[in-house]
Design a protein around this ligand. Structure first.
Ligand code: NDP
Length: 330
């Protein structure tokens, strides 16, 4: 085991968050049952908020960010894990309450670790990460609601982002006609078509004031944007449709009315990946390992070195990254 290792450390100075690479020792890590040697992490929107200090994600400083990690158990005080086990963690307070995956080592409570699914590499597990896992939670909710491809098109917003690109890929492979909403039609339209989107809509088409009810269009939706966009989706949902609300990339308000609910029976289904219970978590990972086209996953993934993480954190908040960003922790 290395005496010292590299970590991205967040500190607060005069209420500003500062990030810098530091050398830590194993003794610096908070207490926990399992010590993991991290090989890969990822960059999610929430990591961007934490690293840049744009959002109130981190509870205590100093802090190591990173809501996702994959690696190998180095030491375990838990009977559930042995040294050498390949594991992954997404969410569950990591990178918020617990120190996270943007370090070469992490010490964590055993219950938040998941064995790496058979056949899935650490790099691909992180290409999926919280964003891809959340996309699968949306797909499972849409399926559970009984929506089939014959019921009509499914809308995906923030489509060129992490949640949106994996949702587009999963839903199109399952036979749904996917309408992908993006603010980058010219730049990312072809990318989204390659993922299987059958229609590309500019962001402004949804992010405008809407009537309480508009023409019925969507059998289901995956919304990473929130705000006016989510209100417009609700107003355009088909009778008994479902809208899975995941994110707030466009705002945290929701200027809607009760009409979509009481006149069309529309379901607004919140999706949370952080506290998602273990049975659903395991089901989602099993389905990802089984259903996700790994070649297409590679195509929507951009791999960066550890050094590039702070700059990429700025880029994700500026809406400039595409698909998923995997971080090689070296
Ligand atoms: P990304 O940054 O990868 O994707 C977000 C996408 O949203 C962007 O790529 C962009 O897509 C679009 N977007 C960005 N800014 C705006 C804006 N101002 N108005 C409208 N659209 C915008 O983030 P993730 O995919 O990692 O996360 C997406 C959202 O989901 C975030 O809000 C995140 O916090 C949330 N989230 C929630 C989870 C949960 O458990 N509920 C889990 C994971 C994520 P385009 O360029 O195509 O328009």
């Amino acid at each position: 085991m290395a005496d010292a290792f590299r970590a991205l450390v967040l500190r607060q100075q005069e209420k500003k968050t500062l990030s810098a690479f530091e050398q830590l020792t194993i003794d610096d890590l908070p207490a926990g049952e399992v010590l993991v040697r991290v090989s890969h992490s990822s960059l999610n929107y929430k990591d961007g908020l934490a690293i840049t200090g744009t959002g109130k994600i981190v509870r205590n400083f100093p802090h190591v960010p990173g809501i996702d990690l994959a690696g190998v158990v180095e030491h375990s005080d838990s009977p559930d894990f042995q040294p050498g086990d390949a594991v992954l963690v997404t969410g569950q307070g990591m990178g918020e309450r617990f120190w996270g995956g943007h370090a070469q080592y992490a010490r964590l409570p055993a219950p938040i670790l998941t064995p790496l699914p058979d056949g899935l590499s650490a790099a691909r597990a992180m290409a999926i990460g919280t964003a891809g896992f959340t996309a699968m939670l949306c797909v499972l909710a849409i399926e559970k609601h009984g929506v089939t491809p014959a019921d009509g098109p499914v809308l995906v917003t923030g489509a060129a982002g992490g949640v949106g690109s994996v949702a587009t890929l999963l839903l199109s492979k399952m036979g749904y006609a996917v309408s992908a909403v993006t603010g980058r039609v010219a730049e990312q339209g072809d990318f989204l078509r390659r993922l299987g989107a059958s229609e590309i809509l500019p962001r402004e088409e949804l992010a405008r004031e809407c009537k309480p009810l508009e023409s019925e269009r969507w059998a289901a939706a995956v919304d990473a944007v929130g705000g006016q966009t989510l209100a417009t989706i609700l107003a355009q949902s088909r009778y008994e449709g479902i809208v899975t609300a995941v994110g707030l990339a466009g705002g945290m308000d929701l200027p809607t009315t009760v009409f979509p609910f009481i006149l069309r029976g529309v379901t607004l289904r919140g999706v949370d990946s952080v506290m998602c219970p273990a049975p659903l978590r395991n089901q989602a990972w099993a389905r990802l390992a089984q259903d996700l086209d790994m070649t297409q996953l590679d195509a929507l993934t951009h791999t960066i070195g550890f050094d590039q993480l702070p700059a990429q954190a700025q880029a994700i908040i500026a809406g400039q990254t595409r698909g998923r960003v995997v971080v090689e922790i070296n």
